[in-house]
Ligand binder design. Sequence first.
Ligand SMILES: C[S@@+](CC[C@H](N)C(=O)[O-])C[C@H]1O[C@@H](n2cnc3c(N)ncnc32)[C@H](O)[C@@H]1O
Length: 308
Amino acid sequence: MSDSTLPASRLRESLGYLNWLYNPFHGLDASGIYDLLATSSPTERGLYFNLGYWREATDLDAASDALAMLVGETAALDPEDRVLDCGFGFGDQDILWAQTLKPRHIVGLNITGSQVELARRRVAKLGLDGRIDLRLGSATDMPIDSASVDKVVAVECAFHFRTREVFLREAWRVLRPGGRLVLADIVPAPAVSGFPARLEQRISWRLVAGKFAIPPQNAYTRPTYHSKLAVSGFEQIRVESIREHVYAPLHRFLAEHPQTLARLHPMARLPARLALRFEATSVYRGLDYVLASAMKPQQLLGRSRRRP
Ligand SMILES: C[S@@+](CC[C@H](N)C(=O)[O-])C[C@H]1O[C@@H](n2cnc3c(N)ncnc32)[C@H](O)[C@@H]1O
């Protein structure tokens, strides 16, 4: 790279952040966001882009691993399993599952080309490319045969999918009967009453949904999430809120370890620091965080799948 291309690419990147975060009339699609974020993950040892599960974790890397393990263990990943992981980021979770829960095979789909490329290199470097196959592709149009996988998982990404319902139909199609679907996902919080809580709730959801490419069709609360799974043909459905182990402890950790934010692009640090000046209750008032799991019925004979 020549001396003049480096500042030019930095300038382009800064303008990209400026436009994304500070221009109220501009948003990016999901792959545009993750291309821009590139490898500026706030984690220290890995390249996760999730908020973490803080029930026992005391740092962001451990919390991100814990969220991946929560999904992997809820899906009961085991050495017999063929797994489909949608929205795998840089593949950290797949590497972790391959090393701990040891599923037979993992196929990953991700729409962000820059992430797919680096994730594939990371997996190959660890000699795991025979067991983890990471591909460019969308969770809403899966290049996967019907009834060919045992588990479908998605760690903190289904809110992006256009739409989550299309993804649920695809997940149902590719799962074998008796296969399981597990998601860690962000949805709007149940409505609160009174001022200013109601206003905070709206602002909080709109800011996140607007800047993080969440289509309006995915903005429904837990009970509707449950019924969308049921209408898609799933059984044994659980949609549990784990928000108390996500937002407030993350906020507390960042307030106590502001140096973590130094790993973000300078343009992204400002809104992150501003958010830390407010109480977690206000900042995250509009957001719920769910762990959802469901099973494709064992017996499909004699049943027609219910369609939305
Ligand atoms: C918040 S990041 C989470 C990444 C990773 N699961 C983690 O926990 O670090 C969301 C991921 O979803 C991916 N994504 C968004 N829309 C997608 C789609 N339609 N199909 C597949 N991946 C998608 C993004 O490229 C990104 O990798």
